[in-house]
Design a protein around this ligand. Structure first.
Ligand code: NAP
Length: 332
């Protein structure tokens, strides 16, 4: 498989906190559209397009599909066919935390679950190791020591190179960072929180802490699952059939596309047009305006969306007037 020889010329790479790891400003996640029923040629085209554009990071989790596990299986097959020769040019992550198999050991933050789940993920993807392994969510029922000790074990075993946490709130994250420091365990290299114009919690409850501990931030759902694009702006049918909101099993449902939400996106889209960007591009650029954000993980349903998003990484400066207008529309 031949890839674009100029793939490293336009995508900026940003350091994950104070680690040695560089991430593409735009990463690709496989939560949606890489499952068993999805068109495999389209999956292949999306991965190829991403890599051709310098997107060197693919983000997975044990439960991505549907059914859970199928995104990793599909990725593993496409990986072997197209990318195996490029292993050292790519960063692959996976996670465990949400329900994956029945019984008491198929969910949460226990050592039993995390270690077993990563072994299964590696098998499904046909990889010897992942680059980043995350605790996918905080588990208040499991001692933090056990979850972080499991991440440390996994890294020491060589099954992952870096450890990460996802969706930990500020105080819980600080506890985690202090715990690994106290035990001299593998540091937390990345935090993966949600962040977009409509969900700005990390500005007040995370970024100062990740910055203080030198931890990188890689944000998910930067387009608010597609809400921060122009697809719901049509004059009549606000829910196109080929949109995530039209998929009954997705987390984005038609009732979330309210008149108020659409009104805000219309105002934002006006700012985007003046910047010479699509709505999706501006939403993505906005998450990347803060240098503490190492990367934004997009999802996509086709290669064109990836092309549209990738260039957003080159236009991340905002004037004070633009920021004020965005703040007025979407306060933090
Ligand atoms: N750690 C966690 O708990 C967690 C949670 C959620 C996600 N994630 C990660 O973050 C990744 C991204 O999440 P997400 O899929 O919610 O991200 P997102 O980028 O906010 O939304 C992706 C959706 O936006 C639409 N879109 C993308 N580019 C577009 C463009 N240029 N123009 C118009 N529409 C566009 C598509 O929706 P349509 O399908 O409607 O076209 C696409 O499926 C996931 O794949 C996963 O890896 C992690």
């Amino acid at each position: 498989m031949q890839f674009n020889e100029k793939r490293y010329e336009t995508m900026p790479y940003r350091r994950a906190g104070r680690s040695g790891l560089l991430l593409p400003a735009v990463s690709l996640g496989l939560w949606h559209n890489f499952g068993q029923a999805d068109d495999q040629q389209n999956c292949r085209a999306m991965l190829r397009t991403a890599f051709d554009l310098g997107i060197t990071h693919f983000d997975l989790a044990n439960n991505y599909g549907p059914p859970p596990g199928s995104a990793e299986e599909n990725f593993g097959r496409l990986w072997r066919e197209d990318f195996a020769a490029h292993r050292d040019e790519l960063i692959i992550s996976t996670k465990a935390g949400y329900r994956m198999w029945p019984g008491p050991y198929g969910e949460g933050g226990s050592k039993k679950y995390l270690v077993a789940s990563l072994d299964q993920s590696l098998q499904r993807m046909g990889l010897d190791y992942v680059d980043i392994f995350y605790s996918h969510r905080p588990d208040p029922e499991t001692p933090l020591e056990e979850t972080l000790g499991a991440l440390d074990l996994i890294v020491r075993q060589g099954k992952a190179l870096y450890a990460g946490v996802s969706s930990y709130r500020g105080a819980f994250f600080v506890q985690a960072a202090e715990t690994v420091r106290r035990h001299d365990w593998t540091p937390i290299t990345l935090h993966q929180p949600v962040y977009n114009m409509m969900n700005r919690w990390i500005e007040t409850d995370l970024l100062e802490y990740t910055d203080a501990y030198g931890v990188g931030v890689i944000v998910f759902s930067p387009l608010a699952q597609g809400v921060l694009t122009n697809k719901y702006l049509g004059p009549e049918t606000r829910i196109p059939t080929d949109s995530r909101a039209a998929n009954p099993s997705s987390f984005l449902q038609p009732e979330q596309i309210t008149d108020e939400v659409v009104g805000k996106v219309e105002q934002l889209n006006h700012i985007a047009e003046q910047r010479g960007q699509t709505m999706a591009q501006m939403a993505l650029s906005w998450t990347l305006r803060d240098p503490r954000v190492s990367s934004a993980i997009i999802g996509a349903r086709n290669p064109d969306q990836i092309r549209d998003c990738a260039v957003a990484a080159q236009h991340t400066a905002f004037s004070p007037e633009e920021l004020a207008q965005i703040d007025a529309t979407c306060p933090s």
